[in-house]
Ligand binder design. Structure first.
Ligand SMILES: Cc1cc2nc3c(=O)[nH]c(=O)nc-3n(C[C@H](O)[C@H](O)[C@H](O)COP(=O)(O)O)c2cc1C
Length: 197
């Protein structure tokens, strides 16, 4: 990767993601999402990147889940992609907020019927007494919505707006290439600086 002093990280990220789409055995769009609770305790889990809208990284989830409670409390998060097949990593830090109802509706509509029912049926991150209870919920929502399934108001998208972007790729002898980008005043223009690996 050649370094220019000012670059837009989004085309570079998309290039790396499209390369990962060819080489990863599954879910090249999987990313580790870290959030932080009000008391400062972090937590991390995998979610799927579903879109990049105006440079914001969009994923979908249950708005009553642990991650969502933490996001709604602190608005902060971090994302890490690791593509083993390419030995590349991308890290982002930023603020997170809900996407518009329209964006969530459009994505929800694109999901399979099973996934839409699943969104209704899962009280994500809350205790479940048995698998059977979950399957009963699925059956109940199948019956309730034989045709059109509205999006639950407790389910939708969030977008992380990066304030820091890092690209890392494997180099010989652990002398990896590492660049950290910070936004400038100008839209889509970021300063890129090389860092010791
Ligand atoms: C490959 C993979 C992709 C996942 N994608 C999502 C996702 O897009 N949205 C989601 O809510 N959970 C997703 N999960 C489940 C989360 O990792 C997590 O278990 C769940 O969201 C509950 O997290 P929380 O209790 O911290 O809120 C995924 C898990 C894996 C392994």
């Amino acid at each position: 990767m050649e370094l220019e002093a000012i670059i837009d990280p989004i085309p570079l990220f998309k290039k790396w993601l499209s390369e990962a789409e060819k080489t990863e055995p599954r879910d090249p769009n999987a990313m580790q999402l870290a959030t932080v609770a009000k008391n400062g305790m972090p937590s991390v889990r995998t979610v799927l990147l579903k879109d990049i809208i105006n440079g914001n990284f969009v994923f979908y989830t249950n708005y009553e889940s642990r991650k969502s409670n933490e996001i709604l409390d602190t608005s902060k998060g971090a994302i890490c992609f690791y593509w083993k097949s390419l030995n590349r990593q991308v890290r982002l830090v930023g603020s997170i907020k809900k996407v518009s109802d329209e964006i969530s509706d459009n994505y929800y509509k694109s999901r399979s019927r099973g996934s839409r029912i699943g969104a209704w049926s899962s009280k994500q991150s809350r205790e479940l007494d048995s698998r059977n209870t979950l399957m009963e919920e699925v059956k109940a929502f199948e019956a309730k919505y034989p045709n059109n399934i509205p999006r639950p108001n407790f389910w939708g998208g969030f977008a992380l707006t990066p304030i820091e972007f890092e690209f890392w790729e494997d180099g010989d002898f652990r002398l990896h290439n590492r660049f950290i980008l910070k936004p400038t005043e100008k839209k889509n223009q970021w300063t890129a600086k090389r860092y010791y690996p």
